[in-house]
Design a protein around this ligand. Structure first.
Ligand SMILES: C[S@@+](CC[C@H](N)C(=O)[O-])C[C@H]1O[C@@H](n2cnc3c(N)ncnc32)[C@H](O)[C@@H]1O
Length: 282
């Protein structure tokens, strides 16, 4: 069956748009129609539906179709990421944030540094954090243990994050010593894959979390939250509501890092900007 010419009608697009905007908060202007069409055609093919009418009916009207909502959201989200993306944040983490947190932790019984990668996609951000902290530790700083929690709305990306297997291309620009220390090469050389070493995988955990949920169900507070290149998908009111919920899980004086192209300007939040795309909770 050739579905290449299958098009979403405006009514169908609007139904999907309303659903995505209320469920995931992601803005869906009309300019995204072609992107939505081409991503969902893959789902139609996979499920062997003849057209969008059948697919939409299945998703919204059939009990069995409810499970497809996860795949629909997977198909709509943009998961672009890379190791050490916006590298200044990792320098900030090593040189400023971690030493600062350690001073405060020295007075407490629970000495674990807790970091949340909110909207972690396939996990490169989580492992870049783990590698950065571990490198600092190996340099002889007396670091307590650390833990990174990665969350995302997309179940597909979380599976990749947990497996921690990446294309060799994705680590090509990293220094050789980092590759040797933290990545395993595939036994079959033809595979062109690498995997994060178990010691680093053990520092992290992943879970599904939708920023639109009223309650994030997280226990305790984090010292640092990375919420980078996520807010751009939401309008200002939703950004403000999401960050307020995130801040409930950030320690007082904890750090919030957003993407360098994301601005919190004009939002009413208990945050002080201390460096480009770096905020402290006040
Ligand atoms: C472009 S990636 C950013 C990945 C990483 N933080 C970085 O900067 O490289 C944005 C991620 O936000 C996730 N996302 C979008 N809407 C979300 C929502 N409502 N709740 C949780 N995660 C969401 C997407 O699934 C995607 O993986």
């Amino acid at each position: 069956m050739n579905l290449l010419n299958e098009k979403l009608t405006d009514v169908q697009f609007n139904r999907l748009k309303n659903f995505i905007e209320t469920t995931a908060g992601i803005k869906m202007p009309y300019s995204k129609k072609i992107m939505v069409e081409s991503r969902l055609i893959k789902r139609l093919n996979f499920l062997k539906f003849r057209d969008f009418t059948e697919y939409i009916k299945f998703v919204f009207e059939f009990v069995d179709g409810r499970k497809e909502i996860f795949n629909l959201i997977d198909a709509i989200t943009t998961n672009k990421t890379e190791f050490f993306r916006e590298n200044e944040h990792f320098n900030f983490l090593r040189k400023k944030a971690v030493p600062h947190i350690l001073v405060n932790l020295s007075k407490k019984t629970d000495k674990k540094i807790k970091i949340w990668s909110a909207g972690c996609s396939t996990g490169e951000e989580v492992y870049s954090i783990a590698i950065s902290i571990e490198e600092e530790r190996l340099l002889g700083l007396r670091l307590s243990d650390f833990f990174i929690y990665g969350t995302d709305i997309s179940v597909k990306v979380l599976k990749t994050a947990e497996k921690a297997i990446y294309r060799l291309d994705s680590v090509r620009s990293l220094p050789d010593f980092i590759k040797k220390k933290y990545f395993l090469k595939s036994k079959d050389k033809k595979d062109l894959l690498v995997r994060i070493k178990p010691e680093m995988r053990e520092k992290s955990m992943f879970g599904r979390l939708n920023f639109m949920d009223d309650n994030y169900g997280l226990e305790g507070k984090f010292h640092i939250v990375f919420c980078r290149n996520v807010l751009i998908y939401f309008d200002k009111a939703i950004q403000q509501a999401i960050i307020r919920k995130i801040l409930k899980h950030l320690d007082k004086n904890g750090f919030l890092l957003v993407g360098h192209s994301e601005s919190l300007h004009g939002l009413d939040l208990p945050l002080k900007k201390i460096a480009p795309a770096v905020y402290v909770k006040i």
